[in-house]
Write a protein that binds this ligand. Structure first.
Ligand SMILES: Nc1ncnc2c1ncn2[C@@H]1O[C@H](COP(=O)(O)OP(=O)(O)OP(=O)(O)O)[C@@H](O)[C@H]1O
Ligand SMILES: [Mg+2]
Length: 321
């Protein structure tokens, strides 16, 4: 369990983390989602005692990191920037970490096997590829068999096989009953791994919700229809019990009905249609809407909204012909 209360970090004039409260519960994967510069890494560094809060507190299993006598046995972490002595072999890097926390040597062999680095354990860590480095970082995180695990952007730069491996590992750690806190700036990644979602922007919590709740709330579907008989069609659709809203471009958004129902309704009244399609808001769009105000760095070119991912377009010839 990780508990933050009024947690704040200022760097000069920048407030990287702004009075946040949250709890990360055991047995679930909690996704920590936010755009670049939102304060995710800073928060994680404070959990790990690598940065001192300007105000407030954060504890792991009821104590601050520094107060745990063998912290690697309580919390394991894979941080964005790896602090590995490049000249040391993977094995000796892990052995040194293990010794510093009273962890037996056999556990080093165990974690090397667990992350699939057996064949390169004797190689200097400085020669490792990004994927191998991530695996070594994860081996270090798992070394003390801790109940609480933090992963800062663990899939960054990995190939598809590595990404799948990390996702499965993260899910299994939570299924074991551990507390798993994973950051990402990609909603799509979170949707695949997290049970719970903590969204941050400019150092503040924007949402603290179950993943299922976020999906239910934000991936609403509706039917878009455009007709020269908009007023009449609106009347008929409303009479059938569906909610209808006019859109900015002169079309109609119909909620609660499916494509076939709207098409049949228009056809049965001889109303021509110019366009009929299903619109599904993607989770990525929902995340972008939520964090739009708090994005620190916007690209210098006008952004064109991407078409919704699951959009079925049906162009009809005039109905009833
Ligand atoms: N050591 C530091 N000194 C000064 N400012 C810092 C420092 N570390 C972070 N910041 C600032 O704090 C804010 C939050 O940064 P942080 O790295 O926590 O964001 P993040 O959510 O991890 O972003 P990213 O997705 O890019 O990793 C940013 O404005 C950043 O510039
Ligand atoms: Mg970061």
């Amino acid at each position: 369990m990780i508990t933050a209360r009024g947690l704040t970090k200022r760097y000069g004039d920048t407030t990287a983390v702004d009075t946040i409260d949250f709890t990360v519960a055991p047995g679930t994967v909690t996704g920590f989602l936010g755009p670049n510069g939102a304060g995710k890494s800073t928060t994680m560094r404070m959990v790990l005692g690598l940065d001192r809060p300007s105000a407030g507190s954060v504890t792991v299993n009821g104590r601050s990191y520094r107060d745990h006598p063998a912290p690697l046995r309580e919390v394991g972490a894979l941080l964005e920037a790896k602090a590995i002595h490049g000249g040391r072999s993977a094995y000796h890097h892990l052995l040194w970490l293990a010794k510093s926390n009273g962890i037996p040597r056999r556990r080093v062999d165990e974690v090397i096997g667990l992350v699939g680095l057996d064949e390169v354990a004797g190689q200097r860590a400085g020669t490792f590829s990004l994927g191998m480095g991530q695996r070594l970082g994860i081996a270090a995180a798992l070394l003390g068999d801790p109940d609480v695990l933090l992963f800062d952007e663990p899939v960054n730069g990995l190939d598809p096989e590595g990404i799948r491996w990390i996702r499965t590992l993260i899910r299994n750690l939570a299924a074991d009953g551990r507390t798993v806190f994973v950051s990402s700036h990609l909603m799509s990644e979170m949707a695949l791994t997290a049970d719970h979602l903590l969204v941050v922007g400019r150092g503040r919590i924007l949402a603290d919700t179950s993943m299922a709740g976020f999906i239910a709330e934000n991936s609403t579907e509706h039917v878009y229809v455009r007709s020269p008989h908009g007023a009449r069609l609106t009347e008929e659709l409303r009479a059938a019990g569906w909610r209808v809203e006019a859109t900015d471009d002169g079309g109609l958004a119909v909620y609660g009905a499916d494509l076939e129902q709207v098409g049949a309704m228009a056809g049965s009244h001889g109303l021509h249609l110019y366009e009929l399609r299903k619109i599904q808001a993607s989770l990525e769009e929902a995340f972008m809407r939520l964090t739009a105000e708090s994005v620190e760095f916007h690209a210098g070119v006008p952004t064109v909204p991407e078409p919704a991912a699951a959009e079925a377009t049906t162009h009809l010839t005039p109905a009833g012909v």
